[in-house]
Design a protein around this ligand. Structure first.
Ligand code: F6P
Length: 550
């Protein structure tokens, strides 16, 4: 992997940042703004259709210089190039990481192990486009001859969160005579409630699974097939008109009984949480059509190009990633919040949770050495303004430092009276209140009695980024998602971790498999788990057998 990178704590910029932090930590944003009247304009950056105001961060120009030095000493530039060159930067799975190839222009050349993958990407996009056009026009008919009206995506993790988020985000552009549902949880309620009011004759299932072996998805897929086929008096031939698959695993798709002619493929160099713009986005394309899907890919690509080519100091994803490291490692922030002031982005925080935490929730370096610093923070969020009336209290007056990303759009998709002005006024007000707070003197001057003053005082000095985009178009969504993808990558490079594997999800899967037969009433073998798990298994088995209350 090229030049050797010094361990994080030994990099000169890291040490310099420690000293710098010791000086800066006690300085208030009020002071930083007072000392530099142009700060709000200078600490802002606009690129690839995104305006980022990062002035309300606890930084100075020196902080930025040092953070950029840290990125250089961490080999960020080289790692970006290595990713785009198709090197196997996912070391623990020995794979290339090329979600950027999913949105490369038709004529581009991106090699994976010597093969240009761009033509394959466009071939799948064309098949998806042809299928979408047919279905949207009512020409893809169900087995009984009815047009398809309902599309149910069955998947989990990256095969669900991206499709759900994108469907909600782009609902404004969706074909309204089609209904979309998303089934992910192995809890039977999810499936039952999703299909309860649907007609099997009008329903198409997209079984989305990179591996096509995921327990939850396969269980839901079996239930879907049983439900669908029952609608045709058990005629298995109906499956061909009501099931399509999105996967990298043609063998398993065929075994399940879906004709591979109805399969849309992708590749092992697309991570599950980086796959919403691959064939995993089939439901998105069915909802909004191939042209809007292409605009979304173009938006992704614009941000990719910006990330690949812009100097780090003027590079949106790199800056956001470095700021995340600044709070995580120097201020000890445990969490980071993302608040979209856009109702259509209501599932964006949930989507980001997998993207950020499955990527950077790692405890060893690329070489397998235990890290001696914190890695990925906990990401969370809700759409504004709802969060303001629930947990913002803690952000404003609690004892924890929670850096926030506030995301807003200049133009509403649904103009209605003064709603949008109120929404935008709230984003700005929150950023201002977080940064500057309200001093005891200001509270007193308003006539508060002395005893009430501490309660009504806002310390401020709470950092935030404000992201402004013009309008929530498919392209804007692509830019925003790519911005966070590369932000996550930047953080992972600084921490020298593998942001593209997910071994941490394996153990629970293996243990669950071993527990299933015990709950199915086959506890012939002695229970070999710990005493707590054994007791719980016995209690559940007894409850199921006797119908006893827990
Ligand atoms: O939870 C682990 C995981 O492998 C995710 O990374 C992935 O997005 C999800 O499961 C679903 O996997 P698949 O698409 O193979 O069903």
């Amino acid at each position: 992997m090229g030049t050797t990178i010094a361990p994080l704590l030994a990099r000169p910029a890291w040490r310099a940042l420690q000293a710098h932090h010791a000086q800066l930590a006690s300085r208030h944003l009020r002071e930083l703004f007072a000392a530099d009247p142009g700060r709000g304009e200078r600490f802002a950056l606009e690129a690839a259709g995104v305006y980022l105001d990062y002035s309300k961060n606890r930084i100075t120009a020196d902080t930025l210089d040092l953070l950029v030095q840290l990125a250089e000493q961490s080999g960020l530039r080289e790692r970006i190039d290595a990713m785009f060159r198709g090197e196997h930067i996912n070391v623990s799975e020995n794979r290339a990481v090329l979600h950027v190839a999913l949105r490369a222009a038709r004529g581009a050349c991106i090699l994976v192990d010597g093969t240009n993958v761009v033509p394959q990407v466009h071939a799948v996009l064309e098949r998806m486009g042809a299928f979408s056009a047919q279905l949207r026009a009512g020409h893809w008919r169900g087995y009984g001859g009815k047009p398809i009206r309902n599309i149910v995506n069955v998947g989990i993790g990256g095969s669900d969160l991206g499709p759900v988020m994108a469907y909600e985000a782009l609902r404004h552009y969706s074909q309204r005579n089609l209904q979309f549902r998303f089934v992910s949880n192995v809890d039977g309620t999810d499936f039952v409630e999703s299909v309860r009011d649907l007609d099997p004759g009008e329903t198409l299932f997209i079984i989305s699974s990179k591996t096509f072996t995921t327990l939850e998805t396969m269980t839901n897929a079996q239930s879907a097939r049983a439900w669908s086929v029952a609608g045709f008096a058990g005629d298995q031939k109906s499956v061909a008109r009501h099931f399509v698959a999105v996967s990298t695993n043609a063998t398993e798709v065929a075994k399940f009984g879906i004709d591979t002619a109805n399969m849309f493929g992708f590749w092992d160099w697309v991570g599950g949480r980086y796959s919403m713009d691959s064939a995993i986005g089939l439901s998105t394309m069915l909802a909004v059509g191939p042209e809007h899907f292409a605009s979304m890919l173009q938006g992704f690509h614009e941000m990719d190009e910006h990330f690949r080519t812009a100097p780090l100091r003027r590079n949106l994803p790199a800056l956001m990633g470095l700021l995340a490291v600044w709070y995580n490692n120097f201020f000890g922030a445990q969490t980071a919040a993302v608040f979209p002031y856009e109702q259509y982005l209501k599932r964006f925080p949930a989507y980001l949770q997998q993207l950020t935490m499955e990527s950077n929730g790692k405890h060893v370096t690329l070489e397998g050495r235990r890290v001696d610093y914190d890695t990925g923070p906990i990401y969370w969020g809700e759409p504004g303004t709802n969060g303001q009336h629930s947990f913002y209290q803690l952000i404003h007056q609690g004892t924890r430092l929670i850096p926030c990303d506030l995301i807003a759009f200049l133009r509403p998709l649904n103009p209605l009276g003064v709603h949008h002005e109120l929404l935008l006024a709230n984003v700005l007000a929150q950023g201002e209140a977080l940064a500057f707070g309200k001093t005891a003197e200001e509270v007193k001057a308003e006539g508060s009695p002395d005893w009430l003053v501490p309660h009504r005082t806002f310390e401020g000095n709470r950092p935030s980024n404000t992201l402004l985009l013009e309008e929530l178009t498919p392209a804007a969504l692509g830019r925003l998602v790519a911005l966070y993808e590369h932000n996550v990558f930047t953080q992972g490079v600084i921490w020298q971790i593998d942001s593209f594997d997910q071994w941490g999800v394996e153990l629970g899967k293996v243990l669950a498999k071993a527990i299933v037969p015990l709950l199915q009433g086959h506890p012939a073998a002695p229970l070999t788990h710990d005493s707590s798990t054994n007791a719980l298994i016995r209690r559940i088995a007894r409850g199921a057998r006797d119908g006893g209350a827990v």
